[in-house]
Design a protein around this ligand. Structure first.
Ligand SMILES: [Fe+2]
Length: 391
């Protein structure tokens, strides 16, 4: 566990290593925290759950908890809070980690304590840091002249496979959600039966090429970060670099509203959440563009050797896929370990996304993992895979 915590931290620090103090402190967009807030918050969450709650110790600085409370402090005001700044945040992160490791050495993983059984609280801590890496990467898209410390070029070179546009998924009674064993979030439980009619699902994510046809024909807005190149084509600017839009790549940074409009234009629809999870059965996260360091998508149709049982590719990795479903509780849901992770978001305000993106750490994604966001959001790494009825 100490090794995994260390690996997660090294990854986080790798992402921010090229940044100046000014870039760390800067508010690039009111819907995203300054990166310096994320760093302090990651350590504060660890202190709260591990050092205080499990280890029974006093916090290093009692006043920090309130500043790093994600519910109390909305993103748009985080830049103005008296949070730890660049030269204070690293000593705090290191100080918390030292005490976490002390607690780790002392503690027995009591199987009767739900926070400790199977190391739940440690897995939660890792998942939390991994997930913050992804929100940090959302912001890094907006940082001019950002030069990653390390880039993995392998996904871009993956072979594109041939196959039908859509594949068929057999209907009937299926089980979705996470079983009782192993780490999962409360919103993925309990595993339960769903009945789905036979349906079709796109074999690959929707490409930039298809999305360009849609915007040219309907006058819809281009995805976030796109601009006209002056000659009738499209360029995309991220991390300060402008490149021609590659028609072979999955479209990314589109809102739910845009995804839904695209699907209708294509004579299709978005999959429901149960349909998505049924279609994703058999997906292999080791053959997927995940783990942050590719800094972009693999071409649509890549990773055909890691396809799901129905023959769909890239259901994990590359782009989060919007579903038609609202983020709601599964039957028999119980909030654990705190209602602010998911329960407070249930309702008809948020739409569910599935499958993870290139910016998602491999260890956090699974076919039952549920992500959610507002239907207008597109700073997230969101794309489209359409479904259709079997006629
Ligand atoms: Fe958080």
């Amino acid at each position: 566990m100490a090794g995994r915590l260390d690996e997660a931290r090294r990854h986080t620090l790798k992402l921010v290593e090229p940044l100046t103090h000014e870039q760390l402190n800067r508010v690039y967009d009111p819907i995203l925290s300054p990166l310096i807030w994320d760093l302090g918050h990651i350590a504060n969450f660890e202190e709260l759950w591990l050092v205080q709650r499990i280890g029974g110790r006093e916090p290093l600085r009692g006043d920090l908890g309130e500043l790093y409370d994600a519910i109390e402090q909305p993103r748009k005001i985080r830049g103005e809070l008296p949070i730890l700044r660049a030269d204070e945040v690293r000593p705090y992160m290191d100080g918390v980690r030292e005490r976490t490791l002390e607690v780790l050495r002392e503690i027995e993983l009591d199987p009767e304590d739900p926070l400790l059984a199977d190391g739940f609280v440690y897995e939660m801590l890792l998942a939390h840091e991994y997930q913050h890496n992804e929100t940090m990467l959302q912001l890094l898209q907006m940082v001019e002249s950002y030069e990653p410390v390390e880039v993995d070029g392998a996904p871009a070179a993956e072979q594109v496979s041939d196959g039908p546009e859509m594949v068929r998924v057999e209907g009937g009674a299926h089980e979705i959600g996470a079983g009782p064993k192993g780490f999962a979030y409360d919103n993925e439980r309990p595993r339960h039966r769903v009945d789905v009619a036979t349906f079709l699902i796109d074999r690959t994510p929707v490409t930039n090429e298809a999305y360009i046809s849609f915007i040219e024909e309907t006058g819809a807005e281009p995805p976030m970060y796109w601009e006209r190149d002056g000659e009738g084509g499209w360029v995309r600017t991220a991390m300060g670099r402008t490149e021609e839009v590659d028609p072979r790549l999955p479209v990314i940074h589109v809102s739910w509203e845009e995804a839904d409009a695209f699907a209708r234009w294509a004579g299709k629809r978005l999959p429901t959440e149960p349909e998505w999870e049924v279609a994703a059965a058999g997906a292999n996260r080791d053959r997927a563009n995940l783990d942050e360091l590719s800094f972009g998508c693999a071409p649509a149709g890549a990773y055909a050797d890691g396809c799901t049982s129905c023959g769909a590719v890239q259901m994990l990795g590359d782009v989060w896929e919007w579903t038609s479903s609202d983020f709601t509780a599964y039957p028999g849901f119980a909030a654990f370990p705190y209602p602010e992770y998911s329960e407070v978001f249930f309702g008809d305000t948020y739409k569910v996304l599935r499958g993870g993106a290139w910016a998602t750490r491999r260890d956090v994604i699974r076919t039952s993992f549920r992500n959610w966001d507002l239907p207008i959001r597109r700073q997230i790494f969101s794309g489209i895979r359409c479904a259709g009825d079997d006629v």
